[in-house]
Design a binder for this molecule. Structure first.
Ligand code: HEC
Ligand code: HEC
Ligand code: HEC
Ligand code: HEC
Ligand code: HEC
Length: 217
């Protein structure tokens, strides 16, 4: 009887069984690597409902980040300020500006301003600002030069690989704890001159988690 399939095709099931898992793992790895936000999210820069400028307020006017993001050292979430914080000044400054209409409305009605989230991890990943700030990781290390941004944009990928790069070797990213909001702190110069291990104000070594359950709880 003539063979319908040539003899070599007998090896196909074996080849699929042996090589299949590798091909699948390769595909998963490919998607994970190239489609993960490291390649998609940096530079994400949504337009906000109020044209609030960090460059003006935090840069030119030199306001400390914590004047507005006042929960960042106390809670996991840094919290965007309520209109009342803005009205500390804007009940006196630029009181008729149409650009501030939403802020005045929000202050009167109590309805929150619909700011668009820029940084957002998926629910299955756990992040808390507090241990990072307490260990002396500066805002600019993760958020870039916010004080130079007219519109906030993502400076770092916030991918798992990015978190782990630092967790494996945090020392070069540490600074004195009283410098965390200093946007001008330069890792290349100030960072080189600072040795966390020799800082008398530090009580213990930092030890960021690398095991899965550290961030996936
Ligand atoms: C006058 C108040 C004010 C000050 C001071 C301020 N911010 Fe903000 N910040 C805001 C408001 C309002 C938003 C939401 C609108 C936006 O994204 O521009 C925001 C948004 C952000 C976001 C993006 C949040 C998200 O959606 O992911 C980051 C990051 C941030 N600020 C960091 C900083 C840092 C770092 C500093 C100090 C250099 C700072 N801010 C100073 C008011 C302020
Ligand atoms: C410490 C005082 C202060 C605080 C607090 C403050 N601002 Fe301002 N803001 C100013 C000053 C001063 C100017 C105007 C600079 C100028 O003359 O152009 C300004 C300008 C602005 C403008 C531009 C207005 C225009 O017509 O050009 C917007 C929008 C604005 N602020 C939004 C906000 C928001 C939103 C908040 C709260 C998250 C806030 N500001 C908090 C002082 C403040
Ligand atoms: C170790 C990196 C890191 C540092 C340091 C850091 N942030 Fe963040 N920040 C993040 C991540 C990651 C998110 C997204 C959190 C989420 O989605 O749960 C975020 C979110 C935010 C948000 C949006 C609201 C929120 O909490 O989700 C604001 C505002 C913010 N950061 C401000 C700051 C300020 C101000 C500082 C310095 C005092 C700072 N961050 C330092 C990584 C960092
Ligand atoms: C630039 C460095 C840096 C980056 C980036 C960074 N971390 Fe950390 N992380 C640290 C340091 C330093 C600590 C503090 C360790 C200590 O105090 O022992 C820490 C601690 C933690 C902890 C332990 C906190 C606790 O309460 O147990 C978690 C969880 C964590 N980081 C999650 C993340 C996640 C998720 C990301 C990415 C979105 C991230 N980190 C990015 C440096 C970093
Ligand atoms: C330092 C914190 C951290 C640690 C430790 C960590 N992860 Fe993640 N992981 C993250 C973050 C943040 C994300 C979300 C990244 C994103 O949005 O793409 C993530 C995403 C993932 C995803 C979804 C795929 C993706 O890239 O979005 C998987 C699967 C995963 N982690 C598995 C693990 C496993 C398995 C371990 C242990 C070997 C681990 N993680 C350890 C922070 C961590």
């Amino acid at each position: 009887m003539p063979a319908i399939f040539p003899r070599w095709t007998n090896n196909i099931p074996l080849a699929v069984a042996v090589l299949g898992p590798f091909a699948l793992a390769g595909l998963v790895g490919f998607v994970w690597y190239y489609f993960s936000p490291k390649y998609t999210d940096v530079g994400y820069r949504p337009i906000q409902p109020v044209p609030f400028s960090h460059k003006l307020h935090a840069g030119d006017m030199g306001m400390d980040c914590r004047y507005c993001h006042n929960t960042v050292e106390r809670a996991a979430v840094a919290a965007v300020p309520p209109a009342a914080t803005c009205m500390n000044c804007h009940s006196l400054v630029k009181t008729d500006s149409p650009r501030l209409k939403l802020v005045r409305d929000s202050f009167e009605t109590g309805e929150t301003i619909p700011w668009v989230r820029v940084h957002q991890l998926p629910d299955f990943a756990f992040f808390d600002h507090r241990p990072h700030l307490a260990a002396g990781v500066g805002c600019s290390t993760c958020h870039g030069r916010i004080d130079q941004m007219t519109i906030v944009e993502m400076a770092q990928p916030l991918s798992m690989g990015w978190c782990l790069d630092c967790h494996r070797d945090p020392e070069p990213n540490l600074r004195p704890v009283d410098q965390i909001t200093n946007m001008a702190w330069d890792p290349a110069t100030d960072g080189k001159a600072y040795d966390a291990a020799k800082d008398p104000k530090r009580k213990r070594d930092v030890n960021p988690p690398e095991h899965c359950s550290g961030c996936h709880r």
